[in-house]
Design a binder for this molecule. Structure first.
Ligand code: FE2
Ligand code: FE2
Length: 179
């Protein structure tokens, strides 16, 4: 694998791994603040980030060099935590994945392009869901009680029922995990 794409893949895997853990920590905090549905949303998206980390990890040719995740550390209120989550997703959507994808396309790393593309498309859904949850929490309400479905192949995240076919990777309905 080309060194630049490989470095980007390592960094993306580190970032997704950290996002997974941050969202689980944020979920525990939301639970303590009695935002049960918000906690469930955070746990669902944490699982999607695990799918992304797994996809990136399994495409790595050898042991990764340590790279810093871009997301900030530290725990706030659930409203603040959701803003940290929105900021992290926004960075991935606007900066990280578009630049990483262009490098991987330029270097002809097809499997990595797919992994980055699946994550990029999903992070747009995460950004919107977290904005929705933050708007509720800022009014002292919890996020809505609707189900969240995560595609175990690509991490695609959808509110409500699982589709017959994943719109991103084409996986069947039974590939979705419900939260
Ligand atoms: Fe995400
Ligand atoms: Fe999928």
């Amino acid at each position: 694998m080309h060194p630049m794409t490989e470095a980007n893949l390592h960094n993306a895997c580190t970032g997704e791994s950290l996002a997974h853990m941050r969202y689980l920590i944020f979920a525990a905090k939301a639970e303590r603040e009695s935002f049960k549905n918000t906690a469930r949303l955070l746990r669902a998206v944490a699982f999607a980030e695990q799918v992304h980390a797994t996809n990136h990890f399994t495409r790595m040719p050898r042991a990764a060099a340590p790279m810093a995740g871009e997301a900030p550390f530290g725990l706030g209120s659930t409203s603040q935590n959701l803003q940290f989550a929105i900021d992290g997703e926004t960075f991935e959507i606007n900066e990280m994945y578009p630049v990483y994808m262009e490098t991987a396309i330029f270097q002809g790393e097809k499997a990595v392009v797919t992994s980055f593309d699946w994550a990029l498309q999903t992070e747009k859904v995460h950004q919107k869901l977290f904005m929705d949850a933050k708007a509720a929490v800022d009014q002292g309400k919890d996020w809505k009680p609707s189900k969240v479905q995560i595609c175990e192949t690509c991490g695609y995240t959808i509110e409500g029922d699982a589709p017959d076919k994943c719109p991103i990777c084409g996986a069947k309905k039974d590939a979705f995990k419900e939260f």
